[in-house]
Design a binder for this molecule. Structure first.
Ligand code: PLP
Length: 380
């Protein structure tokens, strides 16, 4: 096994659990845990003395995240959830009555509801495109929903139910750019497990969070917003740090900061953000491509085993493309309900999610073939 991969696997706790809900809540890396231990000890011992050092560590996370996205550090803002980042964009992108926002019908609530609320408030229309059979999200159908009134395309890179993806996101972005339509992409279900070119292709903003493929604690959402758009996007939540720092005097004439940190109203979740930075260091040391290759290898073994046991896989793609993400959504056999099958798996500590038409396994690179054997044995 390549040493990078071995290093990645060694970052995780191999206790009695079979972690196959990594697109739900992934265990954190050892580096993230050590980072939390480090800062909690220093906060306990030193209090205010930590001020500069923890700020530098938060800045390190911001730079690492920017590197992974491919954007500038000043284009990144932290939130406490993906929903927070999406709210910022939805309520400040300048929606007006009669504008249209185009989304898929299977978007996750943290993505869907902010856009619904922003449309309701502005009088814009939320255009919901219906998925095809097996949750497929064909690009042509999505593009057909675009009209001269379309102001925003808001979609997920990888859909959470069964990992539907539009085949050619680059083309969608380029098409939108020609028509001066804004493109905002929820990347949480692909970021950290697949190499990400979305920023390079020209998306106006990407939003995501810490607790899935970034193997970090729950509690960090992030936004990367193009620097040319930052001045016209007003902060959705306001505080001291919108304008300056805790050491600045209050002044009604002050202007918001000029970079994306103006979207962060106050003090940060230092433990979570610095732990995220530690995990990003691990991911970048190992390489997203290495992580993806191993995750897809394991997913293929698991998927084949599930099919051999006679289960129906729910997947938007056929043939080779079925292996393009490590998501496996499958239906219980015969009369068995999703709930019953889920309870049986839970009783054996085999983590999964109940999503859409079936149960969802999402292996990643730290899993082992032994994990897969346990899951297949339970399904048998
Ligand atoms: C597509 C998608 N977006 C966002 C999230 C997370 O949202 P939040 O960080 O607001 O809980 C999830 C997690 O389940 C998701 O699947």
């Amino acid at each position: 096994m390549p040493s990078d991969l071995e290093f990645f696997k060694s970052q995780f706790n191999k206790a009695e659990y079979v972690h196959l809900n990594n697109a739900g809540l992934q265990p954190i890396t050892r580096a993230a845990r050590e980072k939390i231990d480090y800062w909690s000890r220093r906060f306990w011992e030193e209090g205010y003395n930590t001020d500069k050092d923890y700020s530098a560590d938060v800045a390190h996370t911001r730079t690492s995240l920017a590197n992974m996205i491919g954007c500038e550090t000043g284009e990144v803002a932290f939130f406490t959830s993906t929903a927070g980042a999406i709210n910022q964009v939805a309520f400040s992108c300048g929606l007006k009555a009669d504008d249209e926002v185009v989304m898929w019908d299977q978007e996750y609530g943290s993505h869907l509801y902010p856009w619904k609320a922003a449309c309701d408030q502005s009088g814009a229309k939320l255009v919901i495109v219906e998925s095809e059979q097996n949750l497929a999200t064909p690009m042509e159908k999505y593009l057909k929903a675009i009209t001269p009134k379309t102001k925003v395309l808001a979609f997920s890179w990888v859909q959470f139910l069964a990992a539907s993806q539009m085949e050619d996101i680059k083309h969608v972005i380029q098409f939108a750019k020609q028509k001066e339509i804004l493109v905002f992409i929820d990347i949480i279900q692909g970021f950290g497990i697949h190499p990400c070119d979305i920023w390079a292709w020209g998306a106006d903003a990407v939003m995501g969070g810490s607790h899935k493929w970034l193997c970090s604690p729950v509690g960090v959402g992030f936004l990367a917003l193009r620097k040319n758009l930052i001045p016209q996007f007003k902060p959705h939540v306001i505080g001291m740090y919108t304008y300056g720092t805790c050491d600045d005097p209050s002044d009604f004439a002050c202007e918001p900061k000029r970079d994306a940190t103006k979207f962060e109203p106050g003090s940060k979740q230092v433990l979570e953000i610095t732990a995220l930075g530690a995990s990003l260091d691990v991911i970048q040391k190992v390489g997203v491509k290495t992580i993806e290759t191993e995750a897809l290898r394991l997913a293929k073994i698991l998927r084949t085993g599930i099919i051999d046991l006679g289960y129906e896989i729910v997947s938007p793609y056929k043939g080779e493309q079925v292996n393009s993400t490590p998501f496996i959504n499958f239906k219980p056999k015969g009369e068995m309900s999703k709930k019953t099958l889920s309870e049986k798996l839970n009783s054996q500590n085999i983590f999964h999610a109940v999503r859409g038409p079936g149960l969802r396994f999402t292996p990643t690179a730290f899993n082992t073939e032994n994990d897969l054997e346990k899951a297949l044995f339970a399904l048998k």
